[in-house]
Design a protein around this ligand. Structure first.
Ligand code: GDP
Ligand code: ZN
Length: 375
């Protein structure tokens, strides 16, 4: 029975309501047709080979229902697989064993990466994140260009970015770093903290209200695990101090990748999200580089690429010192990456179209029992 098979939250994680787990009216509205089929809402809390879902009250492993699996196996289906943070229409197990996921509800936000290998297919690594902490280190590694990159990824995802400058205790010029970060963040909140000493961390509580889902993005070594442990109030994630040399797994101490925080709120930490790449960046580039886009209005050519064209207002702004050269360079770099991804996506779309046409022709031939020419 579901009751027998259920695994309670451990003592640190008391049972919670659906709302505490992030459920809201939007999800409820898209869930309505499934409720009529007797399914219940559940959220994917981990995904180590198997999906693990929680209803707030109980947890269980879950397989994909046959029809959903079939749908997702087709071309372009890869982004439809449930990811950590997804809300799903769930049928609990009737005996011992696993339940079934019948559908994935529309996402409020999602982080994707290309699936491994050369295929340009989208794999979602985390879904329904409300706030994304973009973590940078304030030590020697501080780099506003990287913050720009992460901001682009964040805007694409649909989550609200918050810039976190960690290792405040190691920073000789915290004010200069704050100014530099604020200059690229353009209105996005910036917080300086020390995950190690706890300084400044209380400011993050405003993003950790019940039902709110946060996640962290940032290069290796900036202190994400240390910050996560601080937010959790315990040593759930191994930090670099422990990791060095002795093991490869960062998640050996926990199975859950969506974790309730003692302050309220939920935290998603998946290995995939840590290495997220740009996927569809157009929207993101525009929001991140609003100043470049604004300047571009003044270019002589409406399709100016700001690469040596006459009458380029953007390059003029760089020459006059109104726009940092590095900023224009990262704009160009992101656009080039974007372009490459677009080319691959177009190829994929053409391929799918071809497959569809072939299938249609086959169906037609069968229908009229015509012999194709040359057969
Ligand atoms: P991650 O790779 O982003 O998860 O980074 P870790 O959390 O493993 O931290 C990398 C290293 O930075 C570890 O040695 C941490 O102890 C150290 N670290 C993390 N946060 C701080 C901080 O606020 N101040 C200082 N001085 N060191 C920190
Ligand atoms: Zn231009």
């Amino acid at each position: 029975m579901w009751q027998n098979a259920r695994v309670r939250w451990t003592a640190l994680m008391p049972p919670m309501t659906l709302e505490d787990l992030g459920w809201n009216d939007d999800f409820a509205a898209s869930f309505a047709p499934y409720a009529a089929e007797g399914l219940i809402p559940a959220r994917v809390v981990a995904q180590r080979g198997l999906n693990r879902v929680s209803t707030g009250e109980a947890e269980s492993y879950a397989d994909l229902a046959g029809r959903l699996r079939h749908e997702l196996e087709g071309p372009g289906g890869s982004s439809g697989y449930p990811a950590v943070g997804d809300w799903v229409a769930f049928r609990p197990p009737t005996g011992e064993g696993r339940g079934l996921i019948h559908a994935v509800l529309p996402r409020r936000s999602r982080f994707s990466r290309k699936v491994a290998g050369n295929r340009t297919e989208e794999q979602v690594v985390a879904a329904n994140v409300d706030t994304l902490f973009l973590v940078s280190g304030l030590d020697g590694d501080f780099n506003p260009r990287r913050i720009e990159r992460y901001l682009t990824a964040a805007w694409d995802s649909g989550a609200r970015p918050v810039v976190i400058l960690n290792k405040l205790d190691r920073c000789a010029e915290p004010d200069r770093c704050l100014l530099e970060a604020e200059a690229v963040a353009r209105g996005v909140p910036v917080h300086r903290v020390s995950a190690k000493t706890g300084e400044g961390c209380e400011a993050l509580l405003q993003y950790l209200k019940p039902g709110e889902t946060v996640s962290l993005l940032g290069s290796s070594g900036v202190g994400k695990s240390t910050l996560i442990n601080r937010l959790l109030g315990r040593e759930a994630q191994r930090t670099g101090d422990v990791r060095e040399g002795d093991d490869r797994g960062r998640h050996t101490t926990t199975h859950r990748e969506l974790l309730p925080l003692p302050a309220g709120g939920l935290l998603i930490d998946t290995p995939g999200l840590r290495e997220v790449q740009l996927w569809e960046g157009d929207q993101g580039i525009e929001s991140t580089f609003g100043d470049v886009e604004e300047l571009a209005e003044g270019c002589r050519f409406s399709d100016c690429r700001h690469l040596g064209e006459p009458g380029c207002a953007v390059e003029e702004a760089v020459a006059r010192g109104h726009l940092a050269r590095g900023r224009l360079e990262s704009y160009h770099k992101l656009q080039r990456e974007q372009h490459q991804i677009q080319i691959k996506q177009d190829e994929l779309a053409r391929l799918r179209e071809k497959q569809k046409n072939k299938a249609a022709q086959r169906a037609l031939r069968e229908h009229y029992r015509l012999k194709p020419r040359g057969d």
